[in-house]
Design a protein around this ligand. Sequence first.
Ligand code: ADP
Length: 551
Amino acid sequence: MEKNVGIPIRLLIIEDSEDDALLTLRQLRKGGYDPVYRIVETPAALENALLEETWDIVLSDFHMPSFDGREALRIVRERGLDVPFVIISGVLVEEDAVEILKSGASDYVRKGNWSRLIPAIGRELREARGRREQQRAEEQEAEAQERYRNLFESAVEGIFQSTPAGRFVTANPAMAVLAGYDSPQELINSVRNISNELYVHSESRDMMLEILEAHGMVSGFEVEVYRKDGSRTWIVINSRGLFDDSGKLELIEGFVVDISKRKRAEAELANMNQQLEQLVADRTSELEQKALELEQANRRLQEVDQNKTAFLSSVSHELRTPLTSVLGFAKLIHRDFCKVFLPTSGVDEKMNRMGDRICDNLDIIVNEGERLTRLVNDFLDLVRIEAGRMNWDDQRVSPTRILKGAADAVNGLFVETPGLDLVFDVPEDLPDMTIDPDRMTQVIINLLNNAVKFTHKGHVALRAAPDTESDAIQIQIEDTGVGIPVDDIAKVFSKFHQVKGQEGKDIGTHGSGLGLSISQQIVEHYGGTIRVQSEVGQGSTFFLTLPLNRE
Ligand code: ADP
């Protein structure tokens, strides 16, 4: 048994003699082949064999009863197959051999000449393989070319080749569209000098050529170009130079992208920026102007305020001195007249009545004089505080002592008002604080006085407690008096504000409308706050917060 170790080969044998065919097969096996084969002897069988399978080689007899080798070759070639076709024939005249080779047979070998047939088959197979490979390579190349052509044709970027002199060598459709031409061919034919006809500034192209010559490539080169219709557009070019053997620039090839939209957006942005800057500049100068005006107004106000302070201060001083002597003499006259002179006036009714009237009038003078003195003193206090000229005699003191002192000072008022109690609710151990004791007493007395003045019955309470959380003491002066209408609450701390139509009682001190204002200034000087809660008919509570440890 022969072993199948040979080269596989698919063999189509056209032969009317099976013996001859088998002989050939045997020789082939001997020659190192391992054939898979089919033997056909009619055109129809040949057609089928070609249709059903592919063959590496066809070996054909020339003279057969039903058809000859010429006919067989025609059938094979008509199918478009370039499979090696080797004629094996007994007798073949020279002309037939030449003719059949001309019409496409690969070779012919005499029957029985095995030493020629085997190498011939090898050669044919090799050549066929070579042909197939070459064909495949060609197909691949054609495919690649087709791919590149597609890429070139359908690219959205413009692709071009141009000469340094300024003619297009190639251009793709996108390039033509970009420049406003109908086709690449039209672009190539129409533009004879790219620098002059396409570039808005021909120097730009010179510059690009210079860069190409120096560096071999240019990227991101932005230029403005004319389109066919004369309109302008911005493009960006990425290109490289191709040089001849002597190093001379021969061709420029590259990509072009239309950036007119981006350029327009950039221009709009720049424009907007400019407008914005202008707007900001306008606003800034407007603001500067306003600030200047404000500063001037402020300076004028300060001047006015200083003038006012100086005026009030001098007027108050000027008033105080004569007032002191008027009041002093009025008191003296009152005492001399009412206590010494009047009792000696005898029994004349008329004289006594007149004397009493003079006493009453002198009383009024003394009271009004005292009121005026208080007003002037309050005035001076306020002016000094506001002008920062107040002398603060700060000491380490116990707030409890101050609160007690203030309560004692107003105690007489409660004795005079039956039905009104003073509630004193202050712990003994309030922590010490640094403050001017006279000023703090002044604030508390003022608040207690007000409370008594506007409370007819019930109580006035003075309470205090330390507030460890905010490191302060909280003081409350609470009354059950007439209260303050909502509209006035925010105004009671303003200078001279007095609630209209309020039923206060005469406690010998006519208000100046400055007490709360001064109190607020003092409390704020020590970093504290003062506020009021009140309800008409129910009473008022003033809340004071004084920090214990001030920076
Ligand atoms: P005055 O010297 O007139 O009391 P203040 O500045 O001390 O001035 O008070 C201003 C005004 O606030 C008072 O005239 C009064 O109308 C109102 N007021 C102050 N304290 C009380 C209070 N406890 N109850 C009701 N009204 C008050």
